[in-house]
Design a protein around this ligand. Sequence first.
Ligand code: SF4
Length: 310
Amino acid sequence: MTEPLSYKYLFGPVPSRRLGRSLGVDLVPFKTCSTDCVFCQLGSVDHCTTTRREYVPLVDVLGELERWMAVDGRADYVTLSGSGEPTLHTGFGEVLRFVKRRSDMRSVLLTNSTLLHLPEVRRDAAEADIIKVSLSAWDQVSFEKVNRPHPELNFDRMVDGLRALRAEYCGTLWMETFIVPGLNAHPEEVRKMAAVAAGIQPDRIQLNTAVRPPAEEFVQAVPPEYLQKLAGFFTPPAEVIASFQPGEKAFTLLDETTLSRLIARHPATAEQLAHMTGHSEAAVQNLLAQLGEALSKSERNGEIYYKAAD
Ligand code: SF4
C-alpha cells in the first residue's frame, strides 16, 4: 500500500462529521489566499492575492489523485481545501471534473466566496457536488474588519457572485459564517448577515467560532449556547459546527511528515490528533516532542493546540 507521505498535494483522508472520510486536495502554496481572515487557523496569510494561475502543476495533482485512487484506500469525498483559497488555481475545475469522471467519490469545494463574481470561477465551481461558501460580514466595512480582503475585493460584488452562483448551480450549497466577538457577534450584526444570507438561499448554514487557535490572539470563541441562539436568526436555521467531534480513524501511518502536514492544515490538540490518526495519545505526544521547533503551541480554552511554527 502506498504511504500517505508520498503525496505532496493530497492529505488525509481526514474524518469529518458531515463528510465521512474526506480526502483533501491542496491547490495553492501554504497560506496563499485572497483574504487574511482574523480567525484563520493557518495563521496570518503570507500571500494575499487575487491573481489566478496554476500555482501547483495540475498534471502532478491529477497524477497523485490517479495513483491514490488506484493503490490507496478510498474516501467518501474529495475536498478542495487546505492551505488557502482553491479557486485561485486556474485548474480547480479540471480537478473536480477528473474526480467525477474517474471515481464514484463526491466532491466538495470550500471557498471564501471572493472570486465567485467571475463567471469562469462559477462555471468551474459548479462541477462540485457540494460548494461550501463563506460569509462572515454584511457590508464592506465589516468585510474588511473580519476577512481583511485583498484591496481589489468588494463586498457587494462578492454577494452578487454568490447570488449568481445560487441561480446557476444545481448542486448543494452550504454557507459557513464565522462569529467573532467584537466584530460580528452582536445580535444586530448577526441579523444583518442573516439578511444577506437569506438573499443567497443556501441549502444549509453553519455557524463556527474560534475553537482552534486563530491568526489573531484577540479573536475569542463565542460560548456554544450563544451560538445556538444566533443560529435561530438564519433561514433556514443555522447549524452550530464549532465543537470538534472525533470521527472515524483515518490514517494508518504515523510519522513526523504525516503529523506535521496534518498539523499545518488542522491545528489540533494531542487528543484530537490521536483520534484523527488512529494512534494512541502517548504515541502522538512522543512524535510531537520529536518535531520540536517545527511546531508552535498555543493555549485555547485550557487546552494546548499544536500548529506549524511560523
Ligand atoms: S480562513 Fe480561509 S479564507 Fe480566510 S484567510 Fe484563512 S484560508 Fe483564507
